[in-house]
Design a protein around this ligand. Structure first.
Ligand code: AHR
Length: 515
């Protein structure tokens, strides 16, 4: 994104000195280069992550067929209907850190016979394995999503990965295929598109060095089948934590041949790892700090991609940001190991800014998974008993559906910056792409919590869509008031042949342009 002009900066400085003028909308201009299309925005960048963690699976999507909560074969009907609207391209399961303690055999066969285990990774609570492979694969299939199954490299053998994949994908007469049939699934699932070779092997997945993990990857990946009836299976290497560029260097140098994608994990929080800050009731410094940290994703993707370019100039190996999102202090009163947090307008901004960053890196970023889908971290949906609410993050994903499979164009933004104490950010962020339906879509994000912007484009025609905003920086939905924040109709204006958008403070808009 282009930076700001000297004139605009001094105008912004004057406005700080003259509070009466601070009410004036900032003048922002956007130029969209329709002659320089980028690589397609893979739908999979809008992927979801559903770990066996807290109430993400149990309570969140699975209540079992005997529950009083309305369900379809055990899946919460309200949650399933809401997720349907997002056209979820891919779901990653069962972890996360949990993946490296999980034995897939625990989760198949008659539910009443499945073992009860302790979730050592998350809270030390027991789980009854009633949500296992068949339940996950059917759920993903029912939602029209591809499955991204994360294998256990930390505490099981390569043979277990091989057999798990065979159970899911074998069409013939193998004993594992017969076992799957006996468990109620005749045909193999054809939506197993991605298989993770371990998770965070630098930490919870085995505390390995990069060199050791890359070697282990080579060994395990050898036994990960690469083809199924559903097509190729992508072998995903367990990649770097945040800015561990050495990790990416070693994996690309030593293991690129045996992987089709390498992951990256990055979480956004305003404070420190020990004191991340609350999900609501925060101040403007925490708002700005969160957005600065969210924008850091651009630098991370740029630098990891540059290393990958060195070893893989043809970009055969993709970068999967398969864990991202906000991570705050858990909600007061919730289980410390459950990572349950509220979700506000601030999270909506993080979601939009992050997806926009991925739109600028489509050459390498082919999949991403927000953490996590229901009741955990930056969730789409929160549930309590039989109640459900859609979060501001859900609404952003809903508004962004037209970007799935779209062709992005560079957008150059000029205007003032949003400054808050030590934090200095662009005020407006824009992403533009031509959707699979042939329409041009714009996403417009105003990061400033106080100041509206008038965004002038070089485009003609009309533009209509939806906008998400709220009265406070932490506006959020609750179980008693679940519709406090939701998108409303929004349109641009044609002023003298140019499309202009009046963008309120702290807002996210997505519009379709008709030229
Ligand atoms: O998403 C929560 C946890 O964060 C995941 O289990 C782990 O991979 C990461 O550290």
């Amino acid at each position: 994104m282009k930076m700001w002009t000297r004139t605009a900066l001094s105008a912004a400085a004057m406005m700080v000195a003259m509070p009466a003028m601070a009410q004036q909308p900032a003048q922002v201009s956007v130029a969209i280069d329709l002659n320089s299309p980028g690589a397609k925005i893979e739908p999979a960048i809008q992927g979801q992550f559903a770990e066996d963690l807290g109430r993400g699976l149990y309570d969140g999507i699975w209540v079992g067929p005997d529950s009083k909560i309305p369900n379809t074969n055990g899946y919460r009907s309200d949650v399933m209907a809401a997720l349907d609207k997002l056209h979820i391209p891919v779901i990653r399961w069962p972890g996360g850190c949990f993946a490296d303690q999980y034995d897939w055999r625990d989760g198949i066969g008659p539910r009443e016979k499945r073992p009860v285990r302790i979730n050592y990774t998350w809270g030390g609570v027991t789980y009854d394995n009633s949500f296992g492979t068949n339940e996950f694969m059917d759920y993903a299939e029912r939602l029209g999503a591809d499955a991204y199954v994360a294998g256990n490299m930390g505490s099981m053998a390569p043979r277990d990965m091989q057999q798990w994949i065979e159970y899911m994908t074998a069409g013939g007469k193998s004993t594992l295929a017969e076992e799957r049939r006996a468990n109620g699934r005749d045909k193999p699932w054809t939506n197993l598109k991605y298989f993770g070779v371990g998770n965070e092997t630098w930490g919870c997945g085995g505390n390995m060095t990069a060199e050791h993990a890359a070697n282990e990857h080579r060994r395990y990946a050898t036994f990960v089948q690469r083809q199924s009836e559903g097509g190729p299976i992508v072998r995903v290497g367990s990649g770097a934590n945040v800015d561990d560029y050495h990790w990416t260097e070693v994996f690309m140098r030593d293991a690129a041949r045996t992987m089709d994608a390498l992951s990256l994990h990055y979480y956004t929080f305003p404070g420190s790892w020990e004191h991340k800050g609350p999900a609501t009731g925060f101040d403007k410094a925490a708002w700005a700090s969160t957005l600065v940290h969210a924008l850091h994703m651009d630098e991370l993707v740029t630098k990891h991609s540059a290393i990958m370019d060195k070893y893989d100039p043809d970009k055969r190996v993709a970068l999967y940001v398969d864990e991202w999102g906000t991570w705050y202090d858990q909600e007061p009163g919730s289980h410390p190991g459950f990572l349950y947090q509220q979700n506000s307008l601030r999270d909506a901004e993080v979601a939009a800014l992050t997806l926009n960053i991925f739109h600028r890196h489509t050459d390498r970023v082919k999949l991403a998974a927000i953490a996590q889908m229901v009741n955990v971290l930056q969730a789409m949906i929160l549930t309590r008993d039989d109640k459900m609410l859609l979060t501001p993050t859900y609404h952003v994903f809903d508004m962004y559906v037209p970007f799935q499979g779209a062709t992005p164009y560079p957008a150059t933004v000029e205007g003032p910056r949003y400054k808050q104490g030590e934090y200095d950010l662009p005020m407006v962020d824009v992403s533009a792409a031509k959707g699979a339906d042939g329409k041009l879509y714009l996403s417009l994000v105003n990061l400033d919590p106080d100041r509206a912007a008038r965004v002038t484009t070089g485009l003609g025609g009309t533009a209509t869509g939806r906008i998400l905003t709220g009265p406070a920086i932490d506006t959020h939905n609750t179980f008693d008031a679940p519709n406090t924040i939701h998108p409303v109709a929004y349109a641009g204006k044609n002023v003298g042949g140019k499309l202009v958008f009046d963008l309120p403070a702290k807002s996210v808009a997505v519009v379709a342009v008709t030229q």
